[in-house]
Design a protein around this ligand. Structure first.
Ligand SMILES: Nc1ncnc2c1ncn2[C@@H]1O[C@H](COP(=O)(O)OP(=O)(O)OP(=O)(O)O)[C@@H](O)[C@H]1O
Ligand SMILES: [Mg+2]
Length: 427
């Protein structure tokens, strides 16, 4: 395996992209190739257990993390039969400081016909990005929303409209600068210096791989429940967006079981993976454990109670941070659950009950290839990072769209003039 230089690596005029997901339970590297038409194919994956190098989205042991991550990178590179180019590497970030802030950028329409041209749109969007953030906080991604004409008319596509003032509404997803730089440093320690802006918030990545046009338009809450964090993003086509991350995930369910039933954490994780993937354990009165040779039985209803409390708590905290009262009107397409949590039946059922909405498990869309792991919701995030990288591959993009209205041709013109490609969730 070699560590690529600054050149973009091409395979028969295809571009190779590498996605890195540094999670609490697993470090995952996905290599894919993107053709000139934007079609994306997964080539290979490398994975290592995170050990205790990462906790709740924070790096605890840098050198341990780098050893493990280097191995995952090498595996992926070897299996793909290609070098990894840091100029085409992208990575997810998470952490409790993740939040979003709405901002408006305005421009006065000065031309004689008072018509909105591409220039005005570009300027309004650029102005919407001029926001002041708390100290030690950096913008991670921008989610572009609607436009407002003359202070009172919401429009999806303002091109050609007549008026005197155009405003662009954007949401800035921001987080702690040291958190972002630590992820970048970890990848750098493995020999890959990412010099472009290659970070994407984990929930946006999972949304990118799993949500379609209708989901974004009619309202969807995406929740990625991992081992140590639950990341979430709420989209609605009428211009509403919110997101965040809480330091609670499936490991807390395992820890609760340890405390409640006096079992080791590995046994609790086994229960999760062997018994909680469906509701079938409730058909039996007991879940049997072999505890160092001594058989032990735990009442199924007790497990249901302990797990149910934690699951409910996760949803309570998410809903509280999303202003619960407004949630319902934004969930036309329900809730999509990704991450290891999506494999726990009580989480999916719990979400249905809690949000009173349809709930589905995230499935990766629009990535070809034979990698069976991409059918597992634990890999929605890394798949989304790959997609994000493919869409912004001419330099790394930091934007998403929740409104579909702006013509794609126009969008690419705007982005070309910025010298970077604005990504858009295809709607
Ligand atoms: N069948 C399963 N296989 C693996 N993990 C599972 C399974 N079912 C539930 N889980 C839980 O999923 C969690 C791992 O999920 P995931 O891989 O999404 O986490 P992560 O991305 O490493 O962590 P985070 O996003 O919190 O940093 C573990 O805590 C595990 O208990
Ligand atoms: Mg994760």
């Amino acid at each position: 395996m070699g560590h690529g230089g600054g050149q973009h690596r091409m395979l028969n005029s295809r571009q190779v992209i590498t996605a890195v997901d540094i999670g609490t339970s697993k470090l995952c590297v996905l290599i894919g190739e993107c053709d000139s038409k934007g079609r994306l194919r997964a080539l290979a994956m490398g994975e290592r257990d995170s050990g205790d190098a990462v906790c709740k989205g924070e790096i605890r042991k840098m050198s341990d993390l780098c050893t493990r991550l280097s191995e995952a990178l090498e595996d992926a590179s070897d299996s793909a039969g290609t070098e990894i180019d840091p100029a085409n590497m992208f990575f997810s970030v998470t952490g409790r400081q993740i939040a979003s802030q709405r901002s408006i950028g305005s421009v006065t329409i000065m031309n004689e016909a008072r018509k909105v041209c591409e220039e005005e749109i570009k300027e309004a969007l650029e102005n919407s990005r001029q926001i002041s953030l708390p100290v030690n906080t950096v913008p991670i991604n921008f989610v572009d929303s609607e436009f407002i004409m003359d202070g009172n008319r919401k429009v999806e596509d303002p091109l050609g409209l007549v008026g005197s003032k155009l405003e662009a509404v954007s949401f800035c997803v921001h987080g702690s600068s040291s958190m972002v730089e630590n992820y970048r440093a970890a990848i750098g320690e493995c020999g890959y210096q990412i010099k472009h802006k290659g970070d994407i918030f984990a929930a946006l990545a999972s949304a990118k791989s799993t949500l379609g046009a209708e989901d974004l338009k009619h309202g969807t809450l995406l929740i990625d429940i991992g081992a140590g964090t639950s990341d979430f993003a709420l989209f609605h086509g009428n211009g509403y967006f919110d997101c965040g991350s809480i330091p609670v995930g499936c490991d807390h369910i395992a820890n609760d079981m340890c405390a409640a039933f006096d079992i080791h954490v590995t046994k609790a994780r086994e229960i999760i993976q062997e018994h909680l993937q469906t509701d079938d354990f409730l058909k039996e009165q007991f879940v049997s454990l072999d505890r160092s040779g001594e058989p032990r039985r735990i009442p199924s209803v007790s497990i249901e109670k302990v797990v149910g409390l934690r699951v409910n708590e996760i949803f309570e905290i998410i809903a509280a941070s999303l202003q619960k009262s407004r949630l319902k009107q934004h969930l036309g397409r329900g809730v999509v659950v990704c991450g290891g949590g999506a494999k726990i039946a009580m989480i999916v059922k719990g979400a249905e009950k809690f949000f009173e909405a349809t709930v589905r498990t995230g499935e990766v869309r629009e990535i070809d290839g034979e990698l069976s792991k991409l059918r597992d919701p634990r890999y929605c995030c890394v798949a989304g990072i790959l997609k994000y990288g493919a869409e912004g591959r001419s330099g790394g993009s930091d934007r998403m769209r929740i409104i579909s209205g702006v013509d794609k041709g126009l969008w690419s013109l705007i982005t070309q003039s910025w010298g970077k490609i604005v990504e858009s969730i295809k709607i």
